[in-house]
Design a protein around this ligand. Sequence first.
Ligand code: DX5
Ligand code: ZN
Length: 216
Amino acid sequence: MKIRILPSLLSADFARLADEIARVEDAGADMLHVDVMDGHFVPNITIGPLVVDAIKRVARLPLDVHLMISDPGGYADSFIDAGADRLTFHIEAHPAAQELAGRIRSKGVLPGLCISPETGVEAIEPYLGIINHVLVMTVHPGFGGQELIDGCIEKVWLLREKAPELNIEVDGGIYTETIARVASAGANEFVAGTAIFKAEDPAAVISRMHEIARSA
Ligand code: DX5
Ligand code: ZN
């Protein structure tokens, strides 16, 4: 499976977003992770389609847009038009996932499904064949800089067993010190905000993460 490291822009300096994007692109990132929060599904508000559109104009890498919003069905088209290359929504917010995953794919965008720490893999199991990736949250969604919840790793093992070919992405508390645990469970895509943006040498962190994940 292709290993991908995705810096989460949530930890970037938003006053200098274009520079921050260039910094992680030059450092060897594989894709950019964009966290969308509505203050309703999660207790924080971040960015909307307008900012995704602005990011798209300066980014060279594809945008992996993570919707932490209560109405992903109502806003999917806006984020697709803004330039999302992959669009991930939470099963807790939109349990009838088939139609929305199909709609996203029909617009040329890769659909993904996300589960929060309290949700079991059975919630997304029926849809594993129609999505491009699953996103297993390893912290409670809403904020960067939290500690990885070890109890979530079991779900990565289960999913890898059920879907050997599927991209399994993990998000939250991923550092060079924690990535081996999720990589050996079977994850191949790693979102990291604090670890990359707060590092003095993001390139060193990204290449170290690649190396650890490869040999896990
Ligand atoms: C949290 C977001 C994450 C967050 C990860 O709700 O989905 O993408 O930015 O941040 P770190 O890597 O700092 O845990
Ligand atoms: Zn995220």
